[in-house]
Write a protein that binds this ligand. Structure first.
Ligand SMILES: Nc1ncnc2c1ncn2[C@@H]1O[C@H](COP(=O)(O)OP(=O)(O)OP(=O)(O)O)[C@@H](O)[C@H]1O
Ligand SMILES: [Mg+2]
Length: 614
């Protein structure tokens, strides 16, 4: 007997749906696209439990007739495409006639719709479909426009349901999707209600700038470089971040091609080429970029979720984009001064190569000032006698814990002084000789010469201390004298709660503002806003899908990076010795939380070999 069977129609539909509907946000994307294609001026979205329980989308677009309302759920039934030629110049967001049948196959769905003029008394239509099976069709009173209610997504596809992430993750994806379309269509009023929270409410505005203000707050545009250029039939416009803004993920990158949100490799490549020499590896710019190109020059029919496209003249487009961005950045800020942090000529006056934002001039001074303050208590002590200075180390149990110290001693875990009375278990194992270029600590052990990167060493020490505090649920907090208010994007607000280890964060007013009232004591001297933004960046797109442990890891890494002493900072010998001692007591003294080396060693054997003494 043969082994090949033809699949049942229901199974076929579920498989097809799987390609289009990956998660609740894909439903939102398809339905928002439909509403936009229908010419809606207002789109209201409501989701319950991250869209897993319910997604409701209402629009005031052209609506559907009774007949069309049923046809809409047939596969390959679309009003947007008629002939093969149309496929080569798709101007609408939808074109396949696949979205509605796919969503209907994997949920319990209700459609209410009426054509704009035919609405009213009983001019509307209700269609209910559960798992692809029509349950009800009847005329209803409906004012016009369309509403779709999608319940229990994947109720009949348990395999897919298992892959759904925490509610917060799915909500964040939805918020990001709506943010995307809200950026591309400033003239449309979007609202997004997630549970009882009004995440987005952006009335129509005339320009992208205004829409960005609505979504991201006042500060977002301040440091952005505007771009607008045209070549041949292609136009590139929008905003990109300059050299001083760096994100730890691509989360703050929004790309559009002809109003469609895309994940495009060509654009991503162009971006990385442009920023390669401008911001450090592993960091990313923020961009909101629109490409407008004749519909005949792209193929949008290459990806089931329509999020990828193909440019017919890929190379030219990529080159155009790269040149345009390079020109924009150069005009904004001459490259010569980028050397501030890329290749410092005057180490003493330039900030660290890896501070979260490039700081120059007075900002750099401020950083150093803060470090000095952090160390002030210690520096003020009389220097220990020379012999003793190099003889104390902390035992392998670790540095004194800020949580157990007496209240008077409880100070930010920045660079605590050594404890002179502590048991010297491995006396003088690493003896600090001095500081090189105000960035590296040179030390020796009996067998090795060691060069320690002061920033990453401190980062490692702080990282472990903070992880320990988190583990013991005993993070000392520092109330901020002046609470810090922040404007956050909708998706970010969704994520902040989970990441909030040691922070005290509250919503403030309606819009997108939160107020930070307390921070982990360790971070009491850093710039809170930069820190919080960095944390959110590190959590990135996938943020809420991380385990708590991974979230804490990333929060701790961000915190350590911000609180650690920077390079190009002069340090007292005692401070260096303390740092080295504490590094030795760390669990993983060899690499920083990001995997970079902390210490370079030269063994005496190699030295002797070099001098031909071996
Ligand atoms: N909100 C809406 N308002 C008016 N008409 C709609 C709406 N949503 C869907 N339709 C109609 O139903 C048809 C089918 O929608 P569906 O999303 O399944 O396919 P599509 O948008 O044509 O293509 P794609 O599968 O690429 O999204 C559309 O072509 C459109 O005519
Ligand atoms: Mg569609």
């Amino acid at each position: 007997m043969g082994k090949i069977r033809v699949l049942s129609e229901q199974l076929i539909n579920q498989i097809a749906a799987g390609e289009i509907v990956e998660r609740p946000a894909s439903v939102v994307k398809e339905l928002v696209e439909n509403a936009l294609d229908a010419g809606a001026a207002r789109i209201d979205i409501e989701v319950a439990r991250g869209g897993r329980e319910r997604i409701t989308i209402r629009d005031d677009g052209e609506g559907m007739s009774h007949e069309d309302a049923l046809l809409a759920f047939e596969h390959h039934a679309t009003s947007k495409l008629r002939a093969t030629e149309d496929l080569e110049r798709i101007a609408s967001l939808g074109f396949r006639g696949e979205a509605l049948p796919s969503i209907a196959a994997v949920s319990r769905l209700a459609l209410r719709t009426a054509e704009r003029n035919a609405g009213g008394a009983a001019g509307g239509t209700l269609v209910e479909i559960h798992g692809g099976v029509i349950r009800d069709v009847r005329p209803i009173a409906w004012a016009g426009g369309t509403e779709l209610v999608v319940r229990d997504l994947f109720f009949n596809v348990p395999a897919r349901k298992k892959f759904l992430r925490a509610e917060a993750t799915e909500s964040a994806h939805i918020a990001r999707t709506v943010t995307h379309y809200a950026l591309a269509w400033p003239a449309v009023h979007f609202t997004l209600l997630s549970g009882t929270r009004r995440v987005i409410d952006v009335p129509p505005v005339r320009s992208l700038d205004e829409r960005i203000h609505q979504l991201f707050g006042d500060e977002f545009l301040a440091d952005m470089i505007s771009v607008d250029a045209q070549e041949g039939g292609v136009r590139l416009s929008g905003f990109i971040s300059g050299p001083h803004q760096r994100r730890a993920s691509t989360e703050a990158q929004y790309f559009f091609v002809n109003g469609r949100m895309v994940r495009d490799r060509l654009l991503a490549t162009a971006l990385s080429q442009v920023y390669r020499g401008i911001i450090p590896g592993g960091t990313y710019p923020a961009v909101i970029l629109f490409v407008e190109i004749p519909a005949t020059d792209i193929d949008v029919n290459v990806h089931p979720a329509k999020t990828e496209i193909r440019f017919r003249q890929a190379w030219q487009v990529q080159t155009f984009i790269r040149r345009t961005l390079e020109t924009a950045i150069r005009a904004h800020r001459p490259f010569a001064s980028l050397a501030d942090w890329a290749a410092p000529a005057e180490p003493a006056d330039t900030p660290a190569g890896d501070t979260p934002t490039g700081e120059t001039g007075s900002a750099a001074d401020a950083v150093r000032q803060r470090v000095h303050e952090a160390l002030a208590d210690f520096s003020a002590r009389p220097a220990p006698p020379m012999e003793r200075r190099f003889t104390f180390t902390h035992g392998s149990t670790g540095a004194p814990d800020a949580t157990t110290a007496s209240p008077a001693d409880r100070r930010p875990e920045t660079m605590a002084p050594p404890v002179p009375g502590a048991a010297a278990t491995e006396t003088g194992r690493w003896r600090v000789l001095g500081q090189w270029r105000e960035s590296f600590i040179v030390a020796v052990s009996p067998d090795e010469l060691l060069v320690v990167d002061q920033h990453v060493a401190h980062e490692r020490v702080l990282y472990e201390a903070f992880r320990r505090q988190l583990g013991e649920r005993a993070v000392p907090r520092q109330r901020l004298l002046v609470p810090e208010t922040l404007e956050l994007s909708p998706a970010h607000r969704e994520e902040l709660d989970r990441a909030a280890a040691g922070f005290e964060i509250e919503p403030f007013g309606s819009g997108g503002t939160v107020v930070i009232k307390a921070v982990p004591a360790m971070a009491s001297r850093v710039e809170v806003e930069l820190l919080v933004r960095d944390i959110l960046d590190r959590l990135g797109d996938a943020g809420a899908s991380f385990s708590i442990d991974e979230v804490q890891r990333r929060v701790a890494a961000a915190l350590a990076c911000h609180a650690a002493v920077k390079i190009h900072t002069p340090l007292e010998p005692e401070v260096m010795q303390s740092l080295v001692d504490r590094l030795l007591a760390a669990e993983e003294p060899t690499t920083c939380p990001h995997g970079r080396p902390v210490v370079l060693r030269l063994h005496i054997r190699d030295v002797e070999k070099g001098f031909k003494r071996a």
